[in-house]
Design a binder for this molecule. Sequence first.
Ligand SMILES: Cc1ncc(C[n+]2csc(CCOP(=O)(O)OP(=O)(O)O)c2C)c(N)n1
Ligand SMILES: [Mg+2]
Length: 557
Amino acid sequence: MPDAPVPNTITGRDAFLRVLKDEGVTKMFGNPGTTELPIMHALSSAPEMGYVLALQEAVVIAMADGYARASGKLVSCNVHVAPGLGNAIGSIYTSMMSGTPMIVTAGQQEQGHGLTEPLLYAPLVPIAQPVVKWATEVSRIEDLPRILRRAAKVALTAPTGPVFISLPGDILNNEAAIDMGDVTRVDTAVRPSDAALEQLARRLLSAKKPVILAGHEIATSDAFAEAAELAETLGAPVLQQTVAWGAHFPSEHPAYLGALNRDQKYVRRVLSDYDLMLCVGADVLKMSVWSETEPLPETTKVAMIGLRDWEMGKNFPAEIALRADVKETLKALIPLLRKLGGGRLAEQAKASLAEISARNWSTQRAQKAAKVATPTTSPLPAEWVMMRLSDKLPKDAIVVEEGLTSTATLPSYFAFRDRNSFFGNVSGGIGWGIAAAVGVQIAEPKRRVVAVIGDGSAMYSISALWSAANQKLPVIFLITNNEGYQILKNRLKLFHGNDTPIGMDFNDPPMNIAKIAEGFGLPSERVDTAEGFDAALDRALARTDGPTLIEAMVKKG
Ligand SMILES: Cc1ncc(C[n+]2csc(CCOP(=O)(O)OP(=O)(O)O)c2C)c(N)n1
Ligand SMILES: [Mg+2]
């Protein structure tokens, strides 16, 4: 490395930050080690990058994931060589599933030094490869901008997702006159051909009883209004896809029936009412545990619109599959349906909507709520906590959910009102929620973020509470404590008839999560009565300059 900078040259570390900034990155999440010190050094003169420190790498990625999903922006994460990348992999897997646009980088040993197998060394690209869209290592400083530009383009082009770059120390510290390149964005807001649209419209009109499966691309393409208009035009009921990644459809819309679950027999029963399922930006019946029953009845045919052609015909053949942007397609499809369907369609749709209203989400909510009494004993029934929380939150609140059994009823009470009103666990890999809520609140500073997290799930990323306090974010963490892995206990009983679980209880010694949170600097309280919950929630809502934690003791079940 030269002693003094040569004119018109730039160090790898400065070029790294400059190109990221030019690509629209305004937040970097990280956990540093020695190999990241060049970047940390450069960050000292780039405070606008807003570096957010997380205390473990799985937490770094999940926090960035929440930020990118809520802001829609490209995010950058920096982790520490092989052990740090290893810690991060479970979270990167989740980001891959949610298609989060993310550039993950790790510092790597200087080229050549790795050959001597120093502490912390392992080749990084093969570790990252299975869970990212593209992984590479920079081997010449001149290539750094080209690689970063390509990484940003790949991450942001649908199907969007994480990419990985290994940054050897010599690349970051070297200095050279290099071409910084420029931004490329691929426009994927495309609509199908006129012929394909007409084919879909005619197929929908010829269906006896179509149903709409609402998926995540309704949120990512900002098509809440268009999806609602489609349901009104067709008079078709709407079901949310089996994995509630996020808010996919306005819950209070008259056509909304609620979400499908991941019970194959139940889904098959529900869908057997319909002869055509139009999947709008949805995963097609993604399930969790094996069943001998196929969730799609043979009599229900499939049509799909979305940008992820991998999902089309993946498990179930699609009669019509249109690789296109949901919003743009619906904007063209709706007037076509009206034109082809005419007055008859309008009349049918009106009658059908009236019929659906008698059993839609809002009707079901009112019926369920009428049966939930205010508890007078402890611990609290989780359903009451979910209902009460939903009733007391401001209308524009955002819920981040990872509560397993205790949040099973939450989607029946909390209304999705816009595409950012709800963020859920996409992959099933728990430990995402507490961290993601921090990122969501950074992206949405004016809205109240409430994270509803199971006691077991909370423990995987508990240190994210410190980051929330450090960033002075007004997140309310509601931890539902049922003293164990209830879902696993339930399944042990169901699948094996075993009622004596081993390794699924946390009652010896019992955990006090409020006290743990206090140690991270959060005002925290444990509640086990209805009045206690109400009062704690009121206090938490009143706090605006930092996070609060409520530990609600809930019934096992
Ligand atoms: C990374 C990861 N590790 C382990 C699991 C297995 N697992 C699924 S649910 C669960 C228990 C969750 O407990 P908690 O959050 O307390 O919810 P509860 O089941 O009590 O409602 C575990 C350990 C997982 N899904 N992901
Ligand atoms: Mg639990």
